[in-house]
Design a protein around this ligand. Sequence first.
Ligand code: PLP
Length: 419
Amino acid sequence: MSREAGEFRSENVHDDDLLRLAARYGTPCYVYFAELIEARLAALAAAFGPCVGVSYAVKCNPNPGLLGWLAGRVDGLDISSVGEMRLACRAGWSPAAMSFTGPGKRAAEIAEAIEAGVGELVLESVDEALTADRVARALGRRQRVLVRLAPSEVPKGFGDRMAGRPCAFGIDVETMHEEIPAILALGGLEVVGLHIYSGTQCLVPAAICANWRLFMAIFREVAERHDLAPQKLVFGSGLGIPHFDSDVPLDLGDVADGIRHEFAAFAAEPRFRGARLLLETGRYVVGEAGYFVTRVIRTKQSRGTGFAICDGGMNQHLAASGNFGMVVRRNYRMHRVGGGIPDRPVTVVGPLCTPIDRLGVDVLMPPLAPGDLVAVHASGAYGLTASPVGFISHDPAREILVDRDAARDVSRPPGDLAG
Ligand SMILES: *Cc1c(COP(=O)(O)O)cnc(C)c1O
């Protein structure tokens, strides 16, 4: 970024689009660039080859326009509720292409999913298996299931961990050999594979490879001990994206170089020859393809701190406010749309009457004036869907999908944000 006075140009290639779209559709808004998602999917395909597929985790961004766009571009969807299933169906997906995870599935949700023809239920406990078995039998079905396992360790480097300590997700590997036979014995269920998702938001290639190595060892041990020939093995990918200035982006080539041969050898083992290996990921596919654009309503100086008060804040983008699982609050990357010399710290806040509604604290920015736009980067995942949009009753942010030169308003109606 050139910081010499008078010659600063924003390096953000999307600024013209963001200015135009914000003017046309209003702010606050999310803008998703399909070409960036396409590039991510292409990079994954190039890195791991045809023996590894991608399962998209709907919970990171369930926008129906986006889900529709993803049809035919990923192998399947991982849903975490029947609400997500309904959304994906309305977006043109078949339930058969979906797996359904979540530790608290109720019998009615399981029934709705089975009746609709969901591809696999991902079982997180024996108790859930018993419920699913009962439901499947009552419907006269034999339901395909994956068994979700929770490893006893997660390598260092994962921002979020779903195993390696007491957790609600999956069956602990310490007790799996006693529990798996109880699932295999159920006539209403057909165990077609295994699933592990133990950590995410990792930017360290060696840690991701080490984690996948653990998965392969567990898959191998389970398949041998219980004589399984899985059709599907889900690797909760853990692939992370940079959010902060200090983050070094993940080098996917390093990940692939570190694991490619082991994946190939694993897939060639007799037990796994019929297995599809799936990387399950949300944020890595769509996170960096999205910007959150909010407009400065007014500025204020208070006791030496400059504030830019914007039309959308934590109510539209909880994660960027640091209130969604961030241990130490740091600023998401953001910039003033249209450039300018970043020469002063400013605290970027939303319109809510609470001091936690901060998008950026002391961010180095060009001078901001009312009407200016601030774009928060890496906002395509865990943005609107993970935000308390009901709090203080502002309209939800618009959502715009840009595919090549065509922009589409893919906003969900305010009453429809819960599926
Ligand atoms: C949330 C979730 C994912 C996706 O996680 P990302 O961090 O967005 O890649 C994948 N699998 C399961 C089971 C999940 O719950």
